[in-house]
Design a protein. Structure first.
Length: 429
């Protein structure tokens, strides 16, 4: 079997054009004719106009491959494709249970146009078994075709890091898998043709699914340990960062810093694994405990802010508090599952008036979903604040000086530094 000859004739479509799908589409467009499909018509229109609101791909990058790609929201435009790569979100509901509805809907849609010999590859993060136990039955029902006889599946977990311009999709080693040994080779060859960092072919789809979900679970547990240490050392009056720097002088110490754990991956993926574990009768206490610690950090920071304000003779009720940054990480506009919201909600229970400034978001767009007082640059107006919380380490905030903070503070500034970027904070995590 000549893999290069086989993949050369593949007609690829990417289903879902968000933070994962669009960079992947761009990577494939450098070598193949590829179609990007999304049910969001406005998203498709923006991309056709050369604008990516996620800021992952620039207009010039899109123009560089414009002859190799197209965007559509019409399923008829992708009917002739024979490789469908699914990159839709896999969120959790209000009870922290997996919400597989985007995957199920995508599988049903693909099933309506699925043909013999077609391959469906899933990239969305799931618990082991979802591809073959949830998605495949939907494909079979919609297509009236038989799995591993008429059509095939693969799984290659996404490893996109939003906002990271160094570790882009082609520079991150890719795990691949397929529903048969032959399909596994084809899927691996397809990705290997665009991923310069190389690939790792897993022995089964379930192995590949499990590998992805534990990547972020491991990070979540590690960060939870550092967060808990920060809570302990804060109670002791010890500088956590100094402790970490001292411990990191040992070669095998894993150096992490405390903070908020948000975003679509680390704060969500562990619940996929714990859901399946509990369904099978195993209670994953360590993972759930880590989630509890990390989910409580926003409230803890808000309470520390109030305590610090009281200690510095600042009023609490009707006080003005400024939050600098609301995205879940620095230098990107991604607000998914941001835990800065927890700080805001808790402060409002104390009667604080909270303003939020984030230069990376379109406040007119985001305020449709988040009713939390987005403002323009506070350093360019006359409003003063009783307390300032530096919540995200955007590069714009790293440039701020003590004079800048004093210029918008009521009397002596109270500066709460979550990210360790303020020269003289009143309190830092």
């Amino acid at each position: 079997m000549n893999i290069n000859e086989i993949i050369k004739g593949k007609k690829i479509v990417i289903i879902g054009l968000g933070y994962v799908g669009l960079p992947l589409l761009h990577a494939f467009a450098g070598k193949y004719k590829v179609i990007g499909f999304d049910i969001n018509e406005s998203r498709v229109k923006e991309l056709n106009d050369g604008f990516d609101r996620t800021l992952e791909i620039s207009e010039s990058q899109l123009n560089d491959v414009k002859n190799s790609l197209s965007f559509t929201h019409d399923v008829e435009d992708i009917r002739k494709s024979n490789v469908y790569i699914v990159t839709v979100p896999t969120p959790i509901d209000s009870s922290n249970r997996p919400d597989l509805s985007p995957l199920i809907k995508s599988s049903r849609l693909i099933g309506t146009i699925l043909k013999k010999e077609d391959i469906v590859i899933y990239e969305s993060t799931v618990y082991p078994g979802v591809t073959e136990e949830v998605c495949v039955p939907e494909l079979e029902r919609s297509s009236n075709l038989e799995f591993n006889k008429d059509f095939y599946c693969g799984y290659s977990p996404e490893r996109i890091n939003p906002g990271d311009k160094e570790h882009t999709v082609t520079k991150i080693l890719k795990v691949t898998s397929g529903s048969t040994p032959e399909i596994a080779d084809i899927v691996d060859g397809l990705y290997k043709s665009i991923i310069t960092a190389g690939t790792h072919k897993a022995s089964s789809i379930k192995i590949a699914e499990a590998s992805k979900v534990i990547e972020n679970t491991q990070r979540d547990v590690n960060i939870a340990l550092i967060n808990e240490l920060a809570l302990i050392f804060d109670t002791m009056g010890i500088d956590t960062n100094e402790v970490i720097n001292a411990a990191a002088t040992k070669w095998n110490f894993i150096k992490l810093t405390p903070g908020l754990v948000g975003g679509h991956c680390i704060g969500v993926d562990p619940y996929y694994l714990t859901y399946k574990a509990e369904e099978l009768g195993y209670k994953p206490n360590l993972i759930l405990g880590a989630r509890q610690i990390n989910n409580g950090m926003g409230k803890y920071i808000a309470n520390q802010t109030v305590k610090t304000m009281i200690f510095n003779n600042k009023k609490i009720k009707d006080s003005n508090v400024l939050i600098l940054g609301i995205t879940f990480k620095e230098d990107c506009p991604d607000m998914r599952n941001t835990k800065v919201i927890d700080i805001i909600v808790e402060l409002k229970t104390f009667g604080c008036n909270v303003d939020v400034y984030d230069p990376w978001i379109n406040r007119h767009e985001e305020k449709k979903s988040y009713k939390h007082g987005f403002i323009d640059n506070p350093f360019e107006n006359k409003k003063k604040y009783h307390s300032i919380i530096v919540a995200v380490a955007h590069r714009q905030f790293k440039k701020l000086s003590q004079v800048d903070y004093e210029s918008i503070s009521i009397e002596e500034p109270v500066i709460m530094d979550i990210k360790g970027i303020v020269e003289k904070p009143t309190w830092k995590l």
